[in-house]
Design a protein around this ligand. Structure first.
Ligand code: BES
Ligand code: ZN
Length: 834
């Protein structure tokens, strides 16, 4: 095998790190001493470990006999490594390596970085904090920065007087020194470097809540503690629920949930010291919309699930990231479902799965798991195929095997591998051992090939005939041989349920009972279903007998067939017309998604607006503007969704007027507020725009801020859009820039203007926004569907490649082409109908 330049030699390996970090928040510099207990396996003269953007000043190795050797140090910036060369061969056995270093507390939201905020006195304050996944621990201290090199860590921080220091474990010792205190934290369990965290800054914590012996706290900037109760509630629930589900106690001694004003992701699962962006942790439950609470519950549950799955048991290498994230997503939903069953969180996950299936229907999709060599390859794995498709595939497996079998397999896996590292197949083997089904063979077919199948359904005298082939937006004859092992669930609308593993091209299943057959019963299969037309018609006559998710799939699959050119757009619109009795918000969401695409395809959408108005008005009126005290949770979400559609693409002036009235009076219920704000932006002028900015600046919760901020790109004027884009480089936190740019590119009329702005500010944008947000920033290009824009965007991105988002860029440009083909194919039919 060729030598992989990204893997460290294993002649010397770490067992324990003692880290002493002294940050200076004024100069944004830090000093570090890293003392590592190592095992020397061979008498080499060199030690190679990771380090980048650090100045290493000295490296001394003391061997078991007590003799010292000082190394000469060379750095390779490209490979992010330091080579320590010693005068003589090292004695094998245990050794102690001590390295001193200095570095900058950077503003790039990775490694050891700074986050800032303005305090109550109007003074800018600095927090120094870490974000290491995937490969950025090496920016804070020299280390074997690969997940398989697990070790224990003992962190000490020099905390300036009056500030707070946090790390993975509880503080065990404090030694006052000039200007501050050395705070020493307890030794961690054996874990990977990417899970180490330390934070120093003007933060406060809530009093600990005792969760069966685990102290749970929230840390945040002063004044925001009042927004922590909900996070503590879901946090305590998740700790208990997951310890029980996994049948293993929480693997550390305390848990802090830390809200940071600047954070590249949603949250990060550092053992015992989980870091979050503020919107994902701090919320006022009395004034928040259900989806805003759901977001906090999701993220908290997701990260706490990682404490076991990821932190206690860790992937051997970065090709395993998908399983880490897919499983945390699966557990997030399972945990939140148990927390608030009335939220029906699994049903709403279908809209997220649908987003992944859009990407997965492209030629440029990827297998869920692939070989990872460089850090850029690893970064490319954090996408919808990992989280949403991966999570959905696990859910499909769970529903096929039964929840108890699946859980038993997970327990076996965690128990077998605690404190260790695994390959994906170790999980399949454990589940297989727990239930005796061919789990590994099934899952390999979903993990190692890209795409997903469409199952065609017809009937014969022997039963229901199923046939599989790959689903694609742009059919390709090369797909003919591609097969999946499809764990299919079937039922008659009134009658027998069936279960079959479709592993060949076709099979026939006998099903007794009345009414049409439902394939993908329950709706959890990650595939499309294509019914023969008589069967489809029969099913539509039984819509009321279908589950929400089954109805969701009918719409979602039909829309996919429209985009693929297999069904005319009328086929979709006729289906949407049957939704008069539909009250599930996710089903409406998929319908409105398709309608939005039709809206954007029309040069003059006014006829469509009227049609949508007539369709939705009666449904909305049946809900009313004012929530009933005992209405189901889903009604509040549906109300917001329909109000927003009426006030925007349906151009319902009554709703637009009412939205402004509610906003002016301050009487919009929380679940309507997002819709109200969106409608005002949709119809807004410069005065409204300035009002938005004052709302952003005066916001007292993170949700209030982003509710206005993320709607700035919705204002109709191109001039205001340019003002918003300029603010994304100066005035809007870097962590939010990508969302703003993406929405601007997708603007209903001025998307090309936004594209022009982006190409002119390309370098500045890349410098300012977090590296991981480049794919996200470009998401809006899928709406630039004129032939000229397809050409312009593609050629620009070919000459301006993004190394860490190559795959995402290929997928986004392909989606842009698929959407452009839809417009070219259907704009005429749409214009004729409306
Ligand atoms: N481990 C990730 C955070 C992460 C993402 C680190 C990408 C490095 C690269 C964390 O567990 C995570 O998945 N966070 C999500 C939120 C979650 C609820 C889906 C995120 O940050 O978006
Ligand atoms: Zn995660």
């Amino acid at each position: 095998m060729a030598l992989d330049p990204y893997r460290l030699p294993t002649t010397v390996t770490p067992a324990h790190y003692e880290l002493a970090i002294a940050p200076d928040l004024k100069t944004c510099r830090f000093e570090g001493t890293t003392a590592i207990t190592v095992t020397v396996h061979q008498p080499v003269r060199e030690i190679v470990l990771n380090a980048v953007e650090l100045d290493l000043h000295s490296a001394v190795l003391t061997d078991a006999s007590g003799s010292h050797q000082e190394a000469t140090i060379t750095l390779d910036e490209d490979l992010e490594r330091a080579t320590l060369t010693f005068p003589a061969a090292l004695a094998t056995g245990e050794g102690h390596l001590t390295i001193t270093s200095t570095g900058t507390i950077n503003d790039r939201l990775r490694g050891f970085y700074r986050s800032t905020f303005i305090d109550g006195d109007g003074v800018e304050r600095v927090i120094a904090t870490t974000q290491f996944e995937s490969t950025d621990a090496r920016r804070a201290f020299p280390c074997w920065d690969e997940p398989e090199h697990k070790a224990t860590f003992r962190v000490s921080l020099l905390v300036p007087t009056g500030l707070l220091g946090l790390s993975n474990t509880s503080a065990v010792e404090e030694r006052p020194t000039e200007g501050g205190t050395w705070v020493e934290f307890d030794t961690t369990m054996k874990m990977s470097t990417y899970l180490v965290a330390f934070v120093v800054g003007p933060l406060v914590t809530t009093d600990p809540v005792d969760v069966d012996g685990v102290p749970l706290r929230v840390a945040c900037v002063p004044g925001r503690e009042r927004l922590s109760a909900f996070a503590l509630e879901i946090g305590a629930h998740a700790l208990r629920f997951l310890a029980d589900y996994f049948a293993i106690p929480y693997p550390s001694d305390k848990l802090d949930l830390v809200a940071l004003p600047d954070f590249a992701f949603g949250a990060m699962e550092n053992l015992g010291c989980v870091t979050f962006r503020e919107t994902a942790l701090l919320v006022d439950p009395d004034h928040a919309a259900r989806i805003e609470l759901e977001r906090v519950a999701d993220v908290v549950a997701h990260e706490i699930a990682h404490m076991w799955f990821g932190d206690l048991v860790t992937m051997k290498w970065w090709n395993g990231i998908w399983l880490n994230e897919a499983f945390a997503t699966f557990m997030e939903l399972t945990t939140v479902h148990a927390f608030r069953p009335e939220w029906e969180r699994w049903v709403s996950f279908s809209t997220e799965r649908a987003v992944a299936m859009v990407t997965d229907g492209l030629a440029s999709t990827r297998p869920i798991e692939y070989e990872v060599v460089s850090p850029d390859d690893a970064e490319g794995m954090f996408d919808v195929l990992t989280y949403q498709k991966g999570g959905a595939v696990l859910r499909m497996l769970e529903t096929y095997l039964g929840a108890a079998h699946f859980r038993d397999g997970i327990r076996l896996y965690l128990d077998r591998h605690r404190y260790g590292n695994t390959e994906t197949t170790d999980l399949w083997d454990a589940i297989e051992d727990a239930c005796g089904e061919p789990v590994r063979a099934i899952m390999d077919s979903w993990i190692f090939q890209g795409g997903h199948p469409v199952v065609s359904v017809s009937s014969s005298e022997r039963g229901v005939v199923l046939k599989q082939q790959r689903f694609r937006y742009t059919p390709d004859p090369a797909d003919a041989d591609q097969l999946w092992q499809i764990p299919a669930l079937l039922r008659r609308v009134s009658g027998q349920h069936g279960r079959v593993l479709l592993s060949g091209t076709s099979t026939t299943v006998g099903l007794s009972g009345e009414g049409p057959a439902v394939v993908n019963a329950g709706g959890w299969g990650v595939y499309r279903t294509r019914y023969a037309s008589a069967l489809f018609a029969d099913l539509l006559a039984h819509l009321d007998d279908l589950d929400a998710l089954e109805r969701f799939n009918l719409l979602s699959d039909t829309w996919a067939e429209v985009l693929a050119g297999q069904v005319g757009v009328d086929g979709f619109l006729d289906l949407v017309m049957l939704l008069g009795r539909e009250r599930d918000p996710s089903v409406w969401e998929v319908a409105l998604d398709g309608l939005g695409a039709c809206y954007r395809a029309l040069p003059d959408p006014s006829g469509l607006s009227e049609w949508v108005r007539e369709l939705i008005r009666p449904v909305f009126d049946s809900l009313g503007w004012v929530p009933a005290p005992d209405e189901p949770d889903s009604v509040a979400r549906l109300r917001g969704l329909l109000a927003q559609a009426l006030g925007t693409i349906a151009e319902d002036d009554k709703v637009q007027v009412q939205a402004r009235a509610l906003h002016a009076e301050g009487t919009a219920p929380p679940d309507l507020l997002a819709a109200v704000v969106t409608i005002i932006a949709w119809t807004g002028d410069t005065e409204d725009y300035d009002m938005f900015w004052s709302k952003i600046r005066g916001a007292t919760t993170p949700q209030d801020e982003v509710r206005y901020l993320f709607r700035l790109p919705t204002f109709p004027s191109a001039d205001l859009l340019l003002r918003t884009l300029d603010a994304s480089l100066d005035g809007i936190r870097a962590q939010n820039g990508a969302f703003i740019i993406a929405s601007s590119l997708g603007h209903r009329s001025a998307g090309p203007t936004a594209w022009g702005w982006l190409t002119q500010h390309w370098d500045d944008t890349l410098l300012r926004l977090p590296d991981n947000s480049r794919g996200r920033m470009l998401e809006g290009i899928v709406r630039l569907t004129s032939p000229e824009m397809v050409e312009t965007v593609t050629s620009f991105l070919e000459t301006h490649p993004l190394a860490n988002a190559r795959k995402q860029v290929a997928q986004l440009t392909e989606r842009q082409r698929v959407n452009a083909a839809f417009v070219a194919r259907h704009a005429g039919a749409l214009a004729a109908r409306f």
